[in-house]
Design a protein around this ligand. Structure first.
Ligand SMILES: *Cc1c(COP(=O)(O)O)cnc(C)c1O
Length: 359
């Protein structure tokens, strides 16, 4: 048996999933097996949506696999990375027993999915004492030993702190966690980073999972398309746990055209422009009187600490500029996260921040 499947919830090991009409792989010309409408809705421009979609649209799966440099069997298309996070927690954590490990301050969905599954949450806080965000790997191993940790979620580049893990670091972590816990690297922002994707390590580390999404670099947050990249046996298990038709046909069609060569070039162009803007903001923000510190970032956002964070937040809001208030996160009681906008939007952000507080 593949040892990564040994970590699965034992009660799910022989679960074959829901046998949907589309999974039977039948062929015919008169389709009377799924209680669909025989006629399309007049509002449906393409006149095809009266049929259930392919659970994993083959053309999109093949193209995403090509773009992410894995085989189609190593990839599951999901409704954004959020669905991948949820499926992984469900697959590996028995309620009340098996834990999820996170390194706060970090993306909140890992803890939210753990909560829904009633999986204990183990936190190994990032250390910022040297002015950069660092994860102490030995603490991760120790916590994994001490608790029944089944899934370790790390975001690289990290949201909201901005730092990225090197492939050497990911390899070291994957080595140490091998056979004990799944290591999930959430690469929602990897296109904005100089660090390459960890997908090249999947072959060597069956306990490694990489999450990708079209929501950020590909500008398709509203379409809800992402992917889990993992060992083929694990992908097969996750498919059994997922909803029967997780990928809406219009989103799949859109995603496929957004991954054409020309669309990919346009996306990298947008990412490069974002990185140029990020660098400019990183240079400009420290000169704003209220700004205490700005962290370098490998994502399409910057994390900044303020002397008067509430006043800064309010001043921005009055100017119509909405940033993310992250003050409820551990170690970030004075911080705001600022997404990189267009040059004009970033100019408005700086102008609003520089305004004196109204008397
Ligand atoms: C934005 C983001 C995602 C993307 O989630 P989707 O469900 O794909 O939209 C995933 N992980 C992190 C850390 C993010 O910040």
């Amino acid at each position: 048996m593949n040892h990564i499947l040994d970590l699965l919830r034992p009660d799910l090991r022989d679960f074959a999933g829901y046998a949907s009409a589309r999974r039977a792989n039948l062929s015919g010309s008169v389709w009377l097996n799924a209680n669909e409408s025989p006629l399309p809705n007049p509002a449906d421009a393409g006149q095809t949506l009266h049929r259930y979609p392919d659970p994993q649209p083959a053309a999109l799966r093949a193209r995403m696999a090509e773009v992410y440099q894995v085989s189609p069997e190593q990839l599951m298309i999901t409704r954004g990375s959020d669905e991948g996070i949820d499926l992984l927690v469900r697959a590996f954590c028995r309620a009340g027993l098996d834990a999820v490990l996170v390194a706060p301050p970090c993306f909140g969905m890992y803890a939210a999915c753990a909560r829904v599954q009633n999986a204990p949450l183990v936190e190994v806080p990032l250390d910022e004492s040297a002015g950069v965000w660092r994860l102490d790997f030995s603490q991760v191993f120790a916590a994994t030993e001490r608790h029944k940790v089944r899934v370790v979620f790390l975001c690289s580049p990290a949201n909201p702190t901005g730092q990225a893990l090197s492939l050497a670091q990911i390899r070291a972590l994957a080595d140490a966690l091998q056979g004990r816990a799944l290591l999930v690297i959430d690469e929602a922002y990897v296109e904005f980073s100089s660090v390459p994707s960890a997908s090249s390590l999947l072959q060597a580390y069956p306990g490694l999972v990489v999450l990708r999404t079209l929501s950020k670099a590909h500008a398709l947050a509203g379409a809800r398309v992402g992917a889990v990249l993992a060992d083929a046996a694990l992908i097969a298990v996750l498919r059994n746990l997922s909803a029967p038709y997780p990928v809406p046909a219009p989103s799949a069609a859109l995603a496929l055209s957004a991954l054409s060569e020309s669309a990919l070039q346009a996306s990298s162009q947008r990412c490069r422009a974002s990185c140029v803007e990020r660098r400019a903001l990183l240079g400009a923000l420290p000169h704003v009187a209220d700004v205490k510190r700005v962290y370098p970032s490998e994502g399409n956002f910057l994390l900044a600490r303020f002397h008067e964070p509430q006043a800064a937040f309010d001043r921005l809001l009055r100017a119509g500029v909405v940033v993310r208030d992250v003050r409820a996160m551990p170690q970030l009681s004075d911080a705001l996260r600022i997404s990189i906008g267009t040059a004009e939007e970033n100019r408005q952000l700086l102008a609003a921040l520089r305004q004196e507080v109204a008397a």
